[in-house]
Write a protein that binds this ligand. Structure first.
Ligand code: CP
Length: 339
């Protein structure tokens, strides 16, 4: 069974095929290759882009998407094995996965980490439990990684910078931490790091303090990808050095993992770093870089109005590309030529 839980399970070649197919679907958006097929979209957390793009994408391919919000308009789900279910959850993922596998041709899930214990959340148990019990492909709509966002980011980057020059892409990619009033999920940052290094971009991770390094499993993967492609990968707290010569700047805020679940303590740590906002002065240091963000974005906190409204801001393009890449993904997993 082929799932799409993390891009780490997929080769660069297979991911590039999805990105190329997305371009074809952008040019010819409507067909009925998934006519009669269904996908269940399980949202344990809010969404604007992911929900809209999956629902509309399924419709444009002739499929039906059923949106379920466990704990709201659907029964709450228990994901841990062997639990005495005397809490809020009304049913177990074993039955949920079994039932939806009978109705649907794929199941997609958004399940953010719980922000209590990173040693637990880093194992990504919830989506793994769904994949274990499903007999149809499972798609990750954001857990501790956001692989659909990765596809959209790489589609957007190639739209604006052109294709890779070889194993080493030949462009500089900067992933910058930004301030936010509260600690956010590391998923998009983990994912940006994975896809940039996998595609051989010379990648700089800009953080305000060592406490904002990403989890070792993603740092190690990034190092491995960089070695395989011959690209550079470095981590810095030096804003000017990071932006210098960048071709693509990607911004995201995330919480410091050493203070995971300690919101008040983490707030004190991040308070001095509001100057990590992406502004025109920083963008002037780049090689006329494009700027993007996964959205949602708090203006004048993460990036200034001037940056968000500049021609070099491609965040809306990236959001549009969610639609095209996810249609390519649904075709790959649910279509007539599925793996
Ligand atoms: N980027 C993203 O996943 O957006 P939503 O949270 O609105 O789905």
């Amino acid at each position: 069974m082929t799932h799409f839980l993390t891009t780490q399970d997929w080769s660069r070649q297979a991911l590039q095929a999805l990105i190329d197919q997305a371009d074809q679907l952008r040019q010819n958006p409507i067909n009925d290759q998934l006519r009669g097929k269904s996908i269940a979209l399980l949202f344990l957390n809010p969404s604007l882009r992911t929900r809209s793009s999956f629902e509309i994408g399924a419709f444009q391919l002739g499929a039906h998407a059923v949106v379920l919000e466990p704990g709201k308009a659907a029964w709450g789900i228990e994901f841990e094995p062997g639990v005495v279910m005397d809490g809020d959850a009304e049913e177990h993922i074993t039955e949920v996965a079994g039932v939806l596998s009978r109705y649907c041709d794929a199941i997609a899930l958004r399940a953010f980490p719980l922000f209590k214990d990173w040693s637990v959340d880093r194992e990504d148990r919830v989506i793994k439990a769904l994949a274990k019990h499903a007999s149809v492909p499972v798609i990750n709509m954001e857990t501790i990684v956001h692989p659909c966002q990765e596809l959209a980011l790489m589609r957007t980057l190639q739209d604006h910078l052109g294709p890779a020059q070889g194993p080493r892409f030949g462009k500089k990619f900067v992933l910058t931490w930004t301030y936010h009033p509260r600690p956010l999920n590391t998923a998009v940052a983990n994912s940006a790091l994975l896809i940039a290094t996998k595609f051989g971009l010379d990648t700089t991770l800009l953080i305000p303090d060592e406490a904002y390094r990403l989890d070792p499993q993603f740092m190690a993967a990034a190092n491995t990808y960089a070695q395989e492609t011959g690209a550079d990968f470095d981590v810095t707290t030096d804003i000017e050095a990071a932006y210098d010569g960048a071709d693509f700047v990607y911004a995201k805020s995330w919480g410091a993992l050493p203070l995971y679940g300690q919101v008040a303590e983490e707030a004190k740590l991040r308070a001095p770093f509001q100057h990590f906002i992406v502004d025109e002065d920083k963008m002037r240091l780049t090689n006329q870089a494009r700027f993007s963000h996964c959205l949602p974005l708090r203006r004048n906190i993460k990036a200034t109005d001037a940056v968000m409204d500049a021609d070099y801001c491609v965040a809306i393009d990236e959001a549009e590309n969610r639609l095209h890449v996810q249609k390519a993904l649904m075709l790959a997993l649910m279509g007539p030529d599925r793996a």
